[in-house]
Design a protein around this ligand. Structure first.
Ligand code: SF4
Ligand code: SF4
Length: 387
């Protein structure tokens, strides 16, 4: 479809929320990487960013995802201003409670009311407890977060209550089963399907009947570039399609996915995503195979030839050897230090390379003859360096 022909909302694939019946566009706009006026203050370039929002709305996007901390607080103010000219019932606005900043029950009220004010709205269509993991999930009960937000829902100030998640499946299961959530936001893409076990996370939510919102479908841009070999595989299969479009379609093709968020930074990305989703053509069997081949080529460029066979495990000191190597290999195949740090932290301190005491027990078990303690030493140094 040519983008110039996209002038109505009718081409955008929508799904809907059962509780409210309000349609949700399958492409959601993440307001976290907008063009900036100032790199230090993160202030958003209002004119350019508003053009992107207007273009997205004109072409069917009706879901906007902000958060208290995005753009150091400017994201909520910006999207409030940008959406003001549109009828309130025509769009879905989502924002998030900064869980780690909550120190009392009053804080929950304080943040929520401030967010309504900044976003210039009386209610949020979607409200999330932000970035739950094994640590900060304890705050839900400690500060009655779920009860307070459920009251907001009963008052009509929240239409759908959910959470975003960054941890392992067992933690997700406890959170998903512990409360009555309408939706959950998880990191899901064709690389993390195995690497961070997004498959199990997705299935947990599906089993609980919780709507899935996908974040990081392109893994912070990693899947929009890949490496030359894997990119060539996707390009050969579909010369006219962007690499990002494969990742967006992969996530959007999964049943039960309410919306796929993309943190678009310029109009070209908005147009490319609209092209991909207007309408969505679900993945075919042949395309799943193509992505599997591209992923295999991507992983081959890994520096440490670890196949995750786990013959070296368990390590007596608790090091998650294949997990540490996977995080480092991902960095080496085109990731950045920031994303490495995120992957690495997910392992937990007790499973990181720093625990290795160089006993050598693991090395003889490795069919790839990897000098495991040596690599762990290098990775530990890298993880603690400033580069
Ligand atoms: S050398 Fe390190 S990683 Fe290997 S078994 Fe010993 S402590 Fe664990
Ligand atoms: S035995 Fe070697 S290849 Fe297998 S998981 Fe351990 S380090 Fe990786």
């Amino acid at each position: 479809m040519q983008l110039s022909t996209l002038t109505t909302t009718q081409n955008m694939t929508t799904s809907s929320v059962t509780d409210t019946g309000k349609p949700v566009s399958l492409l959601g706009f993440g307001i976290m990487r907008m063009p900036k006026k100032n790199a230090v203050t993160q202030r958003i370039d209002r004119k350019t960013a508003a053009e992107m929002i207007d273009f997205a709305i004109a072409n069917g996007v009706n879901y906007f995802d902000t958060a208290y901390i995005y753009h150091l607080g400017d994201s909520e103010s910006f999207i409030g201003e940008a959406l003001k000219k549109y009828p309130r019932e025509s769009f879905n606005l989502a924002t998030k409670l900064p869980t780690w900043l909550v120190k009392s029950e009053r804080d929950v009220e304080k943040f929520f009311n401030r967010q309504l004010e900044k976003c210039q709205t009386d209610y949020f269509d979607f409200y999330l407890v932000h970035s739950l993991n094994n640590d900060n999930r304890k705050k839900i009960d400690k500060y009655n977060i779920y009860e307070i937000l459920s009251r907001k829902k009963a008052e009509g100030k929240i239409k759908n209550l959910g959470f975003s998640f960054h941890d392992k499946p067992p933690v997700l299961k406890e959170i998903a089963c512990g409360y009555d959530w309408d939706f959950a936001q998880i990191q899901l893409n064709y690389l993390d399907w195995e690497l961070q076990d997004a498959r199990t996370q997705y299935q947990i939510l599906r089993d609980r009947g919780i709507h899935v919102i996908v974040m990081e479908p392109v893994r912070g841009g990693t899947l929009a570039t890949l490496n030359p070999k894997s990119a060539a595989i996707l390009k050969e299969a579909a010369p006219d399609k962007s690499l990002a479009s494969w990742a967006i379609r992969y996530a959007a093709s999964l049943p039960g996915v309410l919306t796929v968020l993309s943190g678009m930074s310029n109009l070209e990305q908005v147009k490319d995503n609209l092209n991909t989703m207007s309408p969505l053509i679900p993945f075919s069997e042949a395309e799943y195979k193509t992505v599997t081949n591209a992923l295999a080529a991507y992983k081959k460029s890994a520096v440490i030839p670890c196949t995750a066979c786990r013959y070296c495990m368990p390590c007596p000191m608790g090091v998650d050897i294949p997990g540490v190597f996977a995080a480092y290999n991902l960095f080496c195949t085109g990731g950045n230090k920031f994303s490495f740090s995120g992957d690495y932290d997910l392992l937990g301190n007790e499973h990181k390379a720093a625990q290795c005491v160089n006993c050598g027990k693991c090395t003889s078990h490795c069919p790839q003859s990897i000098k495991i303690p040596d690599w762990l030493g290098k990775i530990n140094t890298f993880a603690n360096s400033e580069e």
